[in-house]
Write a protein of this length. Structure first.
Length: 528
């Protein structure tokens, strides 16, 4: 769990201070692989031990997770790298008046020194950073950040350069044994199964015109206009919104939406107040109070399909209602296990991070917010939640991205240390089991799920999900539990995959897709 490949932390990508000179980096890597900079071969073809660089290193700590490193490379090492570069060039150097490889060394040095300077610089930077990271007591979680062009190789004297790097924080481990925790419990009833089947039927339902005022559970088609201090900042036309207690957008939420809309009819206008989230697309208005106007264009109702053979096939190719109810009960058991896990996890996180007062770099939080969202969606899918519930949870994370990501990262660093201490890892069988659960929820093959996650880099998030769950189980095995009543899930949220706060489309958190490629998320079909 300590390696970059397996960690929650995602290395910096497309950083201009690094990737803008990929060719130089590749040249340096090629030299290292060929043995020029780091290793060589003796007369018997055996690898010789790499010659360490003579370095003077100064490390500053701007924060718990940041290091600013200044390095001085001795003149002897700079000359050695130049000599090795010329040695490699000598057999193939082409100089007018001489056959290839026959020109005097001093002439080759004079003619090609400038040509090999960037190659030498790349090799020195790569090998120096590798040696610094290995020798220092910090554990890097990002690629080094430096300006390649600003680094110069002097003709005389030592070479100096600086870089910034993000590292795992050092902290005193909290006592994680003998924690006192509460665990919600319940027995799944026939009524619970009925409610869940009704939600499943709703995903296959038709939305039809309704002649009357809006009631709870109805739909309204509305134009949504958002204003700040009287000025229009965004307008969404003809949104289909179900009348529920909470209306959740990607960048804000409105409580009491049902109270606002019940009784409304075509032509009515209703207003509500909301506060824009701190990671909203509209950076200038983050945290600002907004007025949201709903112009009701039409009222509609949900028309559920009959639970017949055709519907059973659409819901999952069930042979009869008994098979459906058994599958739903199993799904509810998985959802309960998820809720128990999350409630216990929340208590554990609160206790373990209570003294974690170290700051996390804003850039790290920004990069990891997408990974945290992806992890949360994967957990919900594997636990059998439907897309409507997942969308509501996804919006909630987006609205509170910075705070939730900061807490998740601190939790991760602590759980990671416990995993290392207890030697906890994720094996292939566990990974296959996790993929199978997601595949079942999406009605796809595990192979296709794996291919998609591997392509997107999501397998690392899945692996961490398994490891962290095993760490939490280890903590729970040492905890003392008190059973409490399960309060139920909040299905009173109408989640809309739309931002209404205005601003350019540059949101920090990328969209976490949780529907098969080429398919839209399932919503009731409008048959008006």
């Amino acid at each position: 769990m300590a390696t970059n490949e397996d960690t929650l932390i995602e290395p910096t990508e497309n950083d201009p201070s690094q990737t803008g000179h990929a060719e130089e980096q590749q040249d340096a890597t090629s030299q290292t692989e060929s043995g020029q900079a780091n290793t060589g071969q003796d007369g018997n073809g055996q690898e010789e031990e790499a010659q360490s660089l003579t370095l003077e290193v100064t490390v500053e700590s701007p924060s718990a997770c940041e290091r600013h490193v200044t390095v001085l490379i001795s003149r002897e090492d700079v000359d050695r790298y130049f000599n090795e570069a010329i040695d490699e060039l000598m057999p193939k150097a082409s100089v007018p008046g001489f056959r290839p490889g026959r020109a005097p060394r001093k002439l080759v040095e004079s003619r090609f020194r400038q040509d090999v300077t960037d190659q030498v610089k790349g090799s020195l930077l790569l090998d120096t950073i590798n040696q610094v990271v290995e020798e220092q007591e910090f554990s890097a979680i990002s690629e080094p950040n430096f300006d390649f062009e600003a680094v110069t190789v002097p003709n005389e004297g030592p070479m100096t350069f600086e870089f910034d790097i993000e590292v795992r924080p050092e902290f005193d481990m909290p006592d994680w044994k003998e924690l006192k925790l509460e665990k919600p419990t319940r027995n799944v009833t026939g009524e619970d199964v009925d409610h869940q089947i009704e939600r499943m039927l709703a995903s296959k339902a038709h939305i039809v015109p309704f002649d009357g005022s809006a009631e709870k559970g109805n739909y309204v088609v509305a134009n949504v206009t958002t204003r700040h201090e009287g000025k229009v900042v965004a307008r969404q036309e003809e949104l289909s919104l179900r009348v529920r207690p909470t209306l959740s957008f990607r960048d804000c939420r409105i409580e009491g939406f049902d109270t606002l809309i019940v009784g409304a009819k075509e032509g009515d206008k209703k207003e509500a107040q909301t506060q824009l989230g701190n990671t909203a697309t509209n950076r200038e208005l983050r945290g600002a109070n907004l007025t949201v106007e709903f112009e009701v264009l039409e009222v509609k109702k949900l028309e559920l399909p009959e639970l017949n053979r055709e519907t059973l096939s659409l819901l999952g190719e069930f042979g009869d209602e008994g098979e459906l109810r058994d599958a739903v009960e199993s799904s509810l058991d998985r959802q309960l296990a998820y809720v128990q896990q999350q409630k216990v996890r929340q208590q554990i996180t609160d206790m373990l991070t209570e003294s974690a007062d170290w700051e996390l770099p804003p850039d790290l939080l920004k990069r990891q917010s997408g990974r945290e969202l992806e992890r949360a969606v994967l957990e919900l899918e594997a636990s059998g939640f439907d897309e409507e519930y997942i969308q509501a949870h996804e919006n909630e994370i987006r609205q509170n991205a910075e705070a939730s990501t900061e807490k998740a990262l601190k939790e991760h660093f602590i759980l990671e240390r416990i995993a290392e201490q207890e030697e906890i890892e994720a094996n292939e069988e566990e990974m296959e089991g996790e993929l199978a659960l997601i595949a079942m929820q999406r009605n796809e093959s595990p192979r296709r799920i794996r291919a998609r996650l591997e392509k997107s880099g999501g397998m690392d998030a899945l692996r961490n999900q398994v490891i962290e769950r095993k760490v939490l189980q280890q903590i729970e095995s040492h905890a003392k539990f008190k059973e409490v009543k399960f309060e139920g899930l909040d299905y009173n949220v109408e989640a809309v995959d739309t931002a209404i706060g205005g601003g350019a489309n540059d949101a920090q958190i990328p969209e976490a897709k949780h529907a098969p490629d080429g398919q839209s998320l399932r919503r009731p079909v409008d048959r008006s």
